[in-house]
Design a protein around this ligand. Structure first.
Ligand SMILES: [Ca+2]
Length: 373
């Protein structure tokens, strides 16, 4: 008998056990899927939802559910010259979690057409796009890309290196647009689409899976109560979560809500949170869109009670799904699509349980964020 065999068997079992357990002893949905997060995260903020989303992404990385490879921040919109990419928020989240995730800035140029690879751009202009391409090239495993603001940087990256996207991009979670096509091409557009119509359309050319998460089913229904079927929008009262967060994370949020533009991002973490400010903003609702996609990319769904079963859990009731579709028409007014069970590369976000979607995703987010140290 080979005397090394029992030891090898024991070592193999130990390796499997260690792989399945996080430091906190929680089973992962997968082996830390690589993720690049693309966000319109600015200081002062344009909308605080991107700071909530960043905290969720870092919480998933902290738990080991995702391997956060990079953060790409959109170039600030031309009409907002006082905004800068919020590298301080990323630095704070790196500090809080002990991670060292790189951050770069997206292209300043809108796409001039749907096939514009921006050959006119300088090396500096494409700093962030090249970071994304480099992260894809160096990754041994396909990488998920979250797009939660402007589509232009990932759309241009796809035009610059389509073969790389087909080999190394596991899927793009595209948070933009409306789930139901506009009646007229000149109808009002969803905000993320207004940031660049050509880039939004070009996202549907990407040679990789696209998990399309329309922000609203339609802008006409935007204010209707309850969650529409083909839109991600939900909202929560910030006091449901803020008081339950760690001191560090409360300071991170207070530093954002106070619109601080000093360079005090590190030392403020050593102080105390502004309780009066957090109480005041706690009374406000926050409109949110992207949360369900973060869980899905990490291998989880969300159940009506706010728990997060793994995607392979059989028989689990979930509040959303991604349904296979094909795009039948693209245009500046929006896209038309049809269900297509044979599709393996295009999916649409679908609320399966309108009654529970909003409270369930809020509860799932809370359970995630309280794990941040
Ligand atoms: Ca955003």
């Amino acid at each position: 008998m080979n005397p090394t065999r029992p030891h090898s068997l024991f070592a193999s079992i130990l390796l499997v056990v260690l792989t399945l357990l996080s430091p906190a002893g929680i089973a992962h949905a997968n082996d830390g899927v690589p993720v690049i997060h693309v966000t319109d995260l600015h200081r002062p903020h344009v909308d605080p939802d991107d700071h909530w989303d960043l905290a969720c992404i870092y919480a998933l990385a902290h738990r080991g559910d995702i391997d956060l490879r990079g953060v790409l921040i959109d170039y600030p919109p031309a009409q907002r010259p006082d905004r800068n990419p919020d590298i301080a928020a990323v630095a704070q989240m790196n500090r809080i979690t002990g991670l060292a995730v790189p951050v770069a800035v997206g292209t300043p140029h809108p796409m001039k057409s749907r096939n514009d690879a921006q050959s006119y751009a300088s090396k500096s202009d494409h700093q962030g796009i090249e970071m994304v391409l480099d992260l894809l090239r160096r990754s041994g495993r396909p990488v998920v890309i979250n797009v939660i603001g402007d589509s232009r940087s990932i759309a241009v990256a796809g035009k610059k290196a389509p073969d790389l996207f087909s080999q190394k991009c596991a899927g793009v979670y595209l948070n933009a647009g409306c789930g139901v096509p506009k009646k007229a091409d000149n109808a009002r557009l969803e905000y993320n689409v207004t940031l660049g119509k050509a880039a939004y359309e070009a996202m549907f050319d990407l040679p990789c899976p696209v998990y399309w998460m329309p922000c609203f089913e339609s802008l006409e229904k935007k204010k209707a109560p309850g969650a529409p079927e083909f839109g991600t929008h939900y909202r929560f009262r910030q006091s449901e979560i803020l008081p339950h967060l760690s001191k560090n994370v409360q300071i991170y949020f207070a530093y954002m809500f106070a619109r601080q533009t000093d360079q005090h991002w590190l030392r403020c973490l050593e102080g105390e949170p502004d309780e009066a400010l957090l109480t005041r903003v706690g009374k406000q609702d926050r409109h949110m869109w992207c949360t369900a996609g973060f869980f899905h990319a990490a291998g989880y769904s969300v159940a009506p009670d706010g728990t997060t079963p793994t995607l392979d859990a059989t028989g689990a009731k979930t509040v959303f799904s991604f349904d296979p579709i094909r795009i039948t028409r693209m245009g500046p007014g929006g896209n038309e699509w049809a269900p297509d069970p044979a599709s393996t590369t295009r999916f649409i976000f679908h609320v399966q349980d309108p009654e529970h979607y909003q409270p369930a995703v809020t509860q799932a987010m809370k359970q995630l964020l309280v794990e941040l140290p």
